[in-house]
Design a protein around this ligand. Sequence first.
Ligand SMILES: [Zn+2]
Length: 517
Amino acid sequence: MSVKQAKIVAAGLEGIDAYRLDLEVDIRGGCPYMRVVGLPDASLREACERVKAAVRASGYRFPSSEVVVVNLVPARRRKEEGAAFDLPMALAILAADGQLAPERLAGTAAQGELSLDGRVRPVQGALAAGAALAAAGVRRLLVAPESARAAALGGGADFEVVPVGTLAEAVGVLTGGLSRPPLRASAEDVLARAEAAPAPDLADVRGVEAGKQALLLAAAGGHDLLLVGPPGAGKTMLARRLPGLLPPLDRDEMLEVSRIHAVARGVDPQDPDAGLVARRPFRAPHHTTSYAALVGGGARPRPGEASLAHKGVLFLDELPEFGRAALEALREPLESREVVVARARACVRFPADFQLVAAMNPCPCGHVGDPRRACRCAPAAVERYQGRVSGPLFDRIDISVRVVPPPVELLGAPPPPGAIASAVARERVVSARALQRERAGCLNARLDADALRRSLSLTPAARRALGAAARARVLSARGVAKVQRCARTAADLAGRERVNEGDVDLALSLRLPDLAA
Ligand SMILES: [Zn+2]
């Protein structure tokens, strides 16, 4: 009994990532049937019917008097997107059956769903597939035209993507009968365009000097930030300007962020950037956002806000209004910088490495400490309100600052001559971050106790200032470490190797003693 075989490369999807797999087809004599081996889910069985119909509708023969076995290797890995295997399955079957020379499939991958009439339809995960296949050494991918740009952006400059509208076109490209120029796309172009697009600028914010100072320091050292102030003080306005102070995403970061967003909301085939997220995300979930929407979940796991803010900013406005459960749910991403959604069959990991900006009113009515209006709250109520902000979330916040509404005459006034623009601030941030990475391999916000001690380098006057403050303000050990990290960042922003007294004073001014232990 002769066995006819062929093999093609395909891509499986798992969470936000794709992986290379080999799709092998055996055709042999026997009682005719077709089966797919390798943990097939229900959609894979449906694929058999679609592939049969598409092969016939495209004018080829389906070997229906024989046994057709499709093997997905590695078999142990989960396949989330069964329809993506239609096109490679059909091509490998035609090759095994001798209707297409099997060696034509070498070095080429295929991805796409087939409709019953033989058209190739786009599937999810083209960006991830392009990236994974290119990384696995595959040089060419055949996909639906709608997926081609995303796959090309994922694959990079050396990766050829050939858009194919039908199964017959795919066969034509493989045999050389049909010439189709491969598509290559540059993620760098998309990044450059995103950089050039307008964004909220620091120069447009009037007053709130302490808030701006805090924002700059937060950006430079990667510190999480709490803004406290009455409604209308400009807390949201400040928070929205943090992504523009951070260094631009690099290519790998952009692809990772984009894969997360693609899994969360799918990709609009009309989008010329194929769903690429080229700017640091800014996510501002409302305090009524559900647990699953905040950290991810669902029967078919989807990333939540914590992951959608990956490599960007998660802004929690009116922090005390977020329920205890929601804040508790953020504990995992705050500690491990990822979210693991556990399901019966597998765990899905979603990265969640965001910078946190929280904002709150200083009291239930919002006006304690407001020069414009008197507070109506009882002192005990103010204390209770502020006490709701505690625990692991607050422990991670290095900087807390009071934001006072700017005087009315400043609103709408042109920027003062010295107003610092986001682009200028960002250059300083980038230099400060480079110093930190060179010194400790991470940003100051991530320094553990040992690394902080090694990195600090206080001048004698700075040491005395810190000691005096610690005694006078009863700083806890954690509080001292927060001040040290911020002072280190202040010195880095100034390009100074040693942390001086002024840096310590600045760091001390950027924390609210009544809130921060
Ligand atoms: Zn009040």
